[in-house]
Design a protein around this ligand. Structure first.
Ligand code: FAD
Length: 478
């Protein structure tokens, strides 16, 4: 690949035609990065620790797959631009497409949301189904090969250039010498548990500075089949957003087979339990009696699964440091978010689109550093949202918990946005677009939104959970 200096300026980020790119991790970020690199390299090899399951069974390498995975609009747009027709495939496979806020009963800070017509949609099907569809589509490309059941355990090369990965067959366990797979470019897409910082140190390079914010949020999720398949009437889902004032969150989201994934979350010291009875009574803390009745009558179809590693972690590979050419990080390996904001898959897709654009930019040589900066930029808005919200959560810890002075001014404005979000259609549309990563943060400062935020009083929120969507054109509440 391309060390800094002469070769860097001659090469195109290590993926000159005729070259070999290796992607560590065959999950969403890895598959999408491989798809993009296949347009620039002779050969792309995905190295995956797991063996891929038949169909849509969960697999050990993505333990989070048992929990809800919503695909936000920003991710949908990026996926569709990378793999045209993918969303139609997802719909054809039965993934529910849920309109927000119309299709759901939503609550935040003691306020129910008005169910005004949808301004955005999310897909709520299972993570395993989405990944399987993506895998089938990406691996159909003959340029892309996979080494399953193979673990990357280090990098080959030195501080100036990475020349491959060190691999071990999982069947060997810890025995046996690792073998080297030569590569011109290595992309780390091995997820939040990445060991790449240690691998870099081992070849004499510098590990990235890590920024962390950890609220101690823990999840528990369990599949249920409801008696009517819905939460009453035309409500397809239900969600309570955790906030500093109401730290206990959760809800129920529809899956592709007519079942629902019920999720509960709590902070450090009040983690949701995973034994059956305790899970059900924890879920009863969600403030919605119809949901309690629905749960009483629903049939549990799985045990409850817990998940506790939910810290926001950003690895600053974009900052100056002794880093080798030919090494990039993407997906959760670059930036992991508190999953409660539902952003990781969308950012994996947006990062792949950024990789595509950086490699194809005719105006700039796509050096390793430049491409890495583009990858980080693709996750910046999601980071600002989750880090900004989590800094305010009680008990948050980590190296990036302290905000900058400018965050306080923005925080004041955002506080007013949040007060108006559940009931004001103008503010709601803009905030949803930003939260779903389909509009930039500046959308919150557009004149009609700013007027409502700065000068308008919050509109009244419904006193009861609204049982049905409002008609188009409904003005204020009675
Ligand atoms: C509880 C929970 C809920 C979530 N909910 C949402 C949601 O609603 N919406 C959303 O968009 N995102 C959500 N996410 C985030 C989402 O799961 C990830 O952002 C997304 O999967 C992209 O991850 P990735 O491909 O970077 O890593 P992962 O999906 O974690 O995959 C990493 C891959 O690398 C492999 N691997 C790891 N180490 C090695 C190695 N040394 N050698 C070879 N292979 C290796 C693993 O087996 C795995 O296949 C959630 C996450 C969690 C934890």
């Amino acid at each position: 690949m391309n060390p800094a200096g002469d070769e860097e300026s001659r090469s195109r980020s290590g993926v000159r035609d005729g070259r070999h790119a290796v992607v560590v991790g065959g999950s969403l970020a890895g598959l999408l990065a491989a798809h993009v690199l296949a347009g620039h390299a002779d050969r792309v090899t995905i190295v995956e620790r797991d063996r891929f399951p038949d169909g849509t069974k969960p697999r050990p390498g993505v333990a989070q797959g048992r929990h809800p995975h919503v695909l936000l609009e920003g991710g949908q747009l990026a996926l569709e631009s990378l793999l045209p027709g993918f969303l139609a495939q997802l719909r054809a496979a039965g993934a529910p497409r849920v309109g927000l806020p119309s299709d759901m009963v939503l609550r935040q800070d003691e306020r129910w949301f008005r169910r005004v017509p949808a301004t955005t949609h999310m897909y709520t099907g299972s993570r395993a189904q989405l990944e399987e569809l993506l895998r089938r589509r990406v691996l159909a490309d003959p340029v892309i090969g996979v080494l399953e059941g193979t673990e990357a355990v280090g990098l080959a090369g030195d501080a100036s250039r990475v020349r491959g990965v060190l691999l071990r067959d999982r069947s060997d366990g810890a025995r046996g010498e690792p073998r080297t797979l030569a590569a011109d470019l290595v992309v780390d897409a091995s997820g939040s548990g990445t060991r790449a910082p240690q691998w870099l140190t081992a070849i004499g390079a510098q590990a990235p500075r890590e920024e962390t914010i950890d609220t101690g949020l823990a999840y528990a999720s369990r599949v249920y089949r409801g008696k009517d398949g819905v939460l009453g009437g035309d409500t397809v889902g239900y969600y309570v957003y955790p906030t500093p004032a109401q730290v206990h969150g959760g809800g129920a989201l529809p899956l592709e087979d007519g079942t629902h994934l019920v999720i509960v979350s709590g902070l450090r010291g009040d983690e949701p339990p995973t034994d059956d009875d305790a899970f059900a009574s924890y879920a009863r803390r969600l403030p919605h009696p119809p949901l309690h009745r629905w749960l009483d009558e629903a049939e549990p179809l799985s045990p409850a699964f817990g998940y506790r590693r939910t810290a926001n972690v950003r690895r600053r590979y974009d900052l100056p440091g002794r880093r080798p050419a030919g090494f990039l990080a993407t997906g959760d390996a670059l930036c992991t978010f508190n999953p409660v904001y539902g952003q990781g898959m969308a950012v994996a897709a947006m990062s792949a689109a950024a990789l595509r654009d950086a490699l194809a930019d005719p105006r700039r040589t796509p050096t390793t550093a430049r491409v890495q900066r583009a990858l980080l930029a693709a996750s910046r808005q999601a980071w600002d949202i989750s880090a900004g919200a989590d800094r305010a959560m009680p008990g948050a810890t980590g190296t990036a918990v302290a905000g900058r002075p400018v965050d306080r001014a923005v925080g004041w404005y955002l506080g007013r946005v949040q007060e108006r979000y559940p009931s004001d259609p103008v503010v709601g549309r803009a905030f949803r677009a930003v939260l779903t990563l389909s509009a930039p943060v500046t959308a919150l400062f557009a004149p009609p939104v700013a007027r409502a935020v700065l000068f308008g009083a919050p509109l009244p929120a419904p006193a009861e959970p609204p049982a049905a969507p409002e008609e188009q054109g409904t003005a204020a509440l009675p």
